[in-house]
Design a protein around this ligand. Sequence first.
Ligand SMILES: Cc1ncc(COP(=O)(O)O)c(C=O)c1O
Length: 376
Amino acid sequence: MKVPFVDLASQHEEVADEVREQLEEVFVTTAFVGGPQVTAFEQEYATHVGAQHCVGVANGTDALELAMRAVGVVPGGEVILPANTFIATAEAVSRIGATPVLVDVDGEHLLIDPDAALAAMTSRTQAVVPVHLYGQVAPLDRLLPACLAAGVAVIEDAAQAHGARRDRHLAGSWGTVAATSFYPGKNLGAAGDAGAVTTNDPQIAARVRVLGAHGSATKYVHDVVGMNSRLDTVQAVYLRAKLARLEKWNRLRGEAAERYAGLLADVPGVRVPRSLPGNVDVWHLYVVRVPDRDRVLAELGRAGIGAGVHYPTPIHLTPAYWHLGLGAGSFPEAEAASGTLLSLPMHPHLTPEQQDHVVEVLRGALDGPSQDRTAG
Ligand SMILES: Cc1ncc(COP(=O)(O)O)c(C=O)c1O
């Protein structure tokens, strides 16, 4: 039995008819950029995350850069972010000409360590970017009061946390501003690249909109140097259809996570993920930790099980960021985790039979190299 890491085809099947009809209209009316579909999605997504404003953009990396620029991150400034994240979080900072200041993560949830983040603040700090990794919500409660008191923006990287909450706070409406990605494999995934910025601050929203439209609020009047980063109408149509199903799909992910936890409870050597108290996670990824990870990953691959590693190399040890001069040993928790992380198949259409099979293969792989078993 093959078990895919994600199953976008099953998601598509649920929305296909609805989307086909709407897309036909987009193509007939040739309203490819902007228009009522984009406006409707922005409103619906803002409502979904409990934010006053949503600005659709071209992808999650642009969303981060635009959010940063909108809160005043400028060349030479510093932006604090965790060492264990997707590279885009750091890239957005670098693209502005600011400096990513990396900090370690907590050893259990691998979310930004709030004490480390606060300790890294200097007079040059312009923003802190907690990343809601794997579908969790980072502990903004520990960061926000001190950041706001210091005049430092908190920019949520909410790319992996559509629909997640911590206590009464929804990811995407808690910080100064939030950036998200609708890359196809995300909990809410487009049919290509797409992203959004959400905020409760009308001025930040307006700045993002201007910066993403060539620095222009009025056609051919360019007050600042911006960029072209807009949400395609086709993507808005697809995202609206999927957004209507997101809550159900997140619930199914939660049920799958619970099943995994039960099945893995007696598998020696596996450390299962646990939600931070107060969190309602949306299980974008189901990340366990195992010994001898690379061999185990290879064995899962040979058995037709889609698994991954998020992420194999912390940002400071990635060649693109060697220039920061942070060698091995700089962030012990992120580094220790990176060698053991293993993301198992996780998506709303994962069946109990598939999960039984994944765990059976994983158990076998952890028993030892497969050639040993055949030899024995
Ligand atoms: C945590 C995180 N931040 C940012 C991004 C960047 O989003 P995109 O690929 O849409 O540019 C992603 C996803 O790819 C992500 O997982």
